[in-house]
Design a protein around this ligand. Structure first.
Ligand code: HBZ
Length: 839
């Protein structure tokens, strides 16, 4: 089984305490207690949800002592603190992770068993907080885990969306969105802080005035104000006692608002305004890449940034007379440009509310923020129409204009004969509609800018922020993304966890480089057998889940070839489909040479307004339907789509993969993080030289990775030379036959037009070069299929992948942020010090 280190009781008598003891006995007593006093239920009528809630409160009680002691420690030390500003946190279920980080999984399982309950059934009850779209939001969650684990004083600031990412249903092969209801049955992990609220203002106008020292000042006279209220969620470290804070803001119309508006007699007007205020945190925008530019989205961004900065200012002023040392107290990381309005808001706070002069305010602001870029796609770079911006945030627009005026003056001095460069670098894009360029604001207003994988950071410097890199080369960094081995190995793959712990001891979960202990065993027959059994069991679990969710039956003996991620043309799920149709076609033609039975698994959500992505989902289902029911083919090929890919499903999927599809067009995927989760769980990658694939391949060894496709330079050259996809279609027989099959109506009940938008796009423009990469992809797939028929060789490669991916732990990434960007030191919390008990 899994050898997890049981934590010693915290302090002498804690185990006798119902509310804090960690033994199975005290957990059991506390659980029964919570069922009665918190859920107000007795055994005979307790629902599975009641069991979950009682378990969650039992665990939460055990987190509080650490949490409070941590807050006390940081506060006493006046510790430099990292503030991670992110519009998204894709946390995933909390209970299992908190049991792991408290070190009480075995006690909890034992305690539950004594009561006749299966812990897994309780875990399955939890609705997940899906407060994010995909990689960016999940990265924020992994980073919170690592910050706490590394004992770094840190706060995550974000938005408490009432509805997170939509639930994906599949109806007749099409995606249908359903509202996410994660809060409806209550959220036991959050602590509401009704007294921690800040006003946030919108609209109105600004007016100049002269202050008591005769200085020129500006006053913002807003039109609307509302309040942000804090909801706090504790974030446990693993293997230490630090417990950090995730503070999410909820929008309400405040008391003063009620009094004024209601008492004016306009009751319905007041009611409407109240509803309007609360809309701000209603729902997460489900677009993962292209920016849609909705007014409410800008309101969300400003709302959470304003609350967060006010909160930071409040904390700072507990220790200091003014904002002078603000940047020494805090390092604030902007997770993409979504929170980049923070640059203007901190300036406003310094200038308008704290009477600072411009130069000093600008110095403090620039030394507070650092910015992470997550995309190079031009359509995803955030810009806001000046008109909209000025209407919602007139004072901020003024401040941005002033930042820009001063910045452009500097540029003109430096580049007197290059007005085009100056225009390119402006914070304002000129054109029929003038727009604020948020990436430029973030870059100018930060002391550091980083990309999320080596190749991506180079491309940031040579493409989207090229001029800025020429101006400030030392500002630019790379921090390759990472993922937490606690959730993505220990929690999701207990068998692998057991294997590693037996070899490396329990330390690997805090030091993922210890995974290298596996390496010398890669060829050991007995070890290989254990490894294969682990993989086999994970595949059986996924097969059961697939059967439950879709009714499809898949063979755990077949090669599990998996692509799970948001659906996007640049990620090329349809390239994967072209290969599947080619295999189908070969079997039907009797020309097949790759007899490896395969199960192709897809999963991922499409942005609700992204037609092509939704059509790709339909195509996956249509191809699946034809293949899965054709007896001539379905012994060899199966295709399934796992609906509603989310963190919970992901935990079941990554461990079961043999082959991980990371096949984006080179230069388009900033990093990828699923690629790391697969590899850590012993999947081999078939992939392009894009994002972190490049570093994964170098880490695991080129011979243990199925590489294919154009490089970034080749993609550029191909497009520059006038790419004609039609010529690939004409000259490559199998490719032509595959595309013709899609156009024949075979997969669409005879309707030749259904998939026309996809095939036309491929034949006419093919902006993501699927046809150019097709021959190389199919060839790499053949190599993978061949390799899988040698179990010992494959298992060796699988072990080496897991052994060599320690670098991709988010602990390593956070260490790099701490050292190279934030300049922040660990501050371990000790429960043993002091009396350590709750009074
Ligand atoms: O961020 C992803 C990148 O595509 C991926 O390559 C990278 O690994 C990951 C973490 O760095 N980007 C996103 O997930 N982006 C979003 O989810 C997003 C959300 C809201 C937006 C725009 C993008 O308005």
């Amino acid at each position: 089984g899994t050898a997890r280190k049981e934590r010693a009781p915290m302090h002498g008598s804690s185990d006798e305490r119902t509310r804090t003891g960690m033994s199975p006995e005290s957990l059991k007593r506390a659980f029964v207690d919570s069922m009665f006093y918190v859920q107000a239920r007795y055994w005979e009528v307790a629902t599975p949800h009641d069991l979950y809630m009682a378990a969650a409160y039992t665990v939460r009680d055990r987190m509080l002592e650490r949490w409070i002691r941590t807050a006390e420690t940081y506060r006493k030390a006046d510790a430099r603190t990292v503030c991670y500003l992110s519009a998204e946190y894709l946390l995933g279920p909390q209970l299992g992770n908190n049991l792991i980080n408290l070190g009480i999984v075995d006690s909890a399982r034992q305690g539950a068993r004594d009561l006749g309950i299966d812990l897994q059934e309780i875990l399955d009850q939890e609705p997940e907080p899906g407060l994010g779209n995909g990689g960016l939001g999940r990265l924020a969650a992994c980073y919170l885990d690592s910050l706490a684990t590394l004992s770094i004083p840190a706060i995550g600031y974000g938005i408490r969306y009432e509805h997170g990412i939509f639930d994906q249903k599949i109806v007749d092969g099409w995606q249908v969105e359903d509202c996410d209801l994660w809060l409806t049955n209550g959220n036991p992990w959050e602590i509401p802080r009704p007294l921690l609220r800040y006003p946030v203002r919108f609209g109105g106008h600004t007016e100049p005035y002269t202050d008591e020292h005769g200085r020129f000042r500006v006053r913002w006279v807003p039109e609307l104000d509302l309040y942000g209220m804090a909801y706090d969620t504790p974030v446990l470290g693993f293997g230490n006692d630090n417990t950090n804070l995730l503070r999410l803001w909820h929008a309400t119309a405040g008391r003063s608002f009620d009094l004024q508006a209601f008492h004016k007699g306009d009751y319905y007007g007041a009611v409407n305004a109240k509803v309007g205020a609360e809309n701000i945190t209603k729902v997460l925008y489900p677009n993962d890449e292209p920016e849609v530019g909705k007014e409410l989205r800008l309101k969300q961004q400003y709302f959470f940034v304003s609350c967060s900065l006010q909160d930071m200012v409040r904390v700072h002023l507990q220790h200091a007379p003014n904002l002078e040392g603000f940047h020494e107290r805090f390092a604030a990381q902007l997770n993409d440009t979504h929170p980049s309005i923070a640059v203007a808001e901190l300036m406003r706070l310094c200038l308008d509310e704290h009477g600072m002069d411009w130069e000093r305010a600008w110095e403090i602001t620039r030394r507070t923020f650092a910015y992470t870029n997550h995309t190079l796609l031009p359509e995803a770079l955030e810009t806001w129409p000046v008109e909209l911006f000025g209407r919602l945030l007139p004072r901020h627009l003024e401040i941005i204009y002033e930042i820009n005026a001063r910045f452009l003056d500097e540029l003109r001095m430096r580049y007197p004969f290059d007005p085009e460069r100056v225009a390119r670098m402006s914070l304002i894009e000129e054109g029929p509609v003038r727009r604020v360029r948020m990436a430029h604001l973030a870059t100018v207003g930060s002391f550091a800018v980083n990309g999320v994988a080596a190749i991506h950071s180079e491309l940031v410097k040579s493409t989207v922020l090229r001029d800025f890199h020429e101006l400030w080369p030392e500002k630019f960094h790379n921090i390759t993304n990472g993922v937490t081995p606690r959730r993505f190995i220990q929690l999701s793959n207990p068998d692998l966890c057991g294997i590693i712990t037996d070899l490396a001891g329990p330390g690997w979960a805090r030091d993922a480089e210890n995974l290298r202990t596996l390496e010398p065993h890669a060829d050991d027959a007995a070890f290989q057998q254990r490894w294969q059994a682990m993989k086999r069991a994970a595949k059986e679990r996924l097969a059961a889940r697939i059967r439950e969710a879709t009714g499809a039956v898949v063979d755990p003996q077949s090669l599990f070839d998996i692509q799970v991620k948001r659906i996007h043309e640049y990620k090329r799920q349809h390239l994967n489909l072209l290969h599947i149709v080619a295999l189908y076609h070969r079997i039907k033609q009797g020309t097949d040479s790759d007899p490896t039975p395969r199960t192709f698994v897809f999963g991922g959500k499409a942005a609700p307004g992204y037609f092509m992505a939704k059509l790709i989902i339909k195509l996956i289902h249509s191809v699946a339907e034809v293949i899965n029911r054709d007896p001539e083919v379905n012994q060899r090929l199966r295709v399934v789509f796992v609906p509603n890919f989310n963190v919970k499903n992901a935990e079941c999927i990554y461990p079961a993969a043999d082959l991980s599809e990371q096949i984006s067009t080179a230069g388009k995927e900033a990093s990828g993080t699923g690629n790391m989760k697969f590899s850590m769980n012993g999947a081999l990658t078939i992939g392009t030289l894009d994002g972190a694939n490049v570093e994964i391949r170098d880490a695991v060894g080129h011979e243990n990775f199925f590489l294919f496709g154009l490089t970034v330079a080749e993609v550029e050259r191909t497009l520059a030379e006038g790419y004609r996809p039609w010529e690939y279609y004409r000259s490559h027989d199998e490719l032509r036959e595959v595309i013709d099959l899609l156009r024949s109506g075979l997969f669409s009940h005879g309707d030749p037009d259904l998939f026309r938008p996809l095939t036309d796009s491929l034949l006419q423009h093919d902006p993501y070069l699927l046809l150019a990469d097709y021959p190389a992809y199919v060839e790499a797939q053949a190599r993978a299929g061949d390799a899988f028929r040698d179990p010992a060789g494959w298992t060796r490669m699988s072990i080496l992948n897991a052994a060599r991916t320690g670098f991709f732990s988010s602990d390593r990434a956070i260490r790099e942020y701490c050292r190279n960007i934030w300049q922040v030191e660990p501050m371990p919390v000790s429960l043993a010090a002091g009396n350590g008990s709750v009074p």
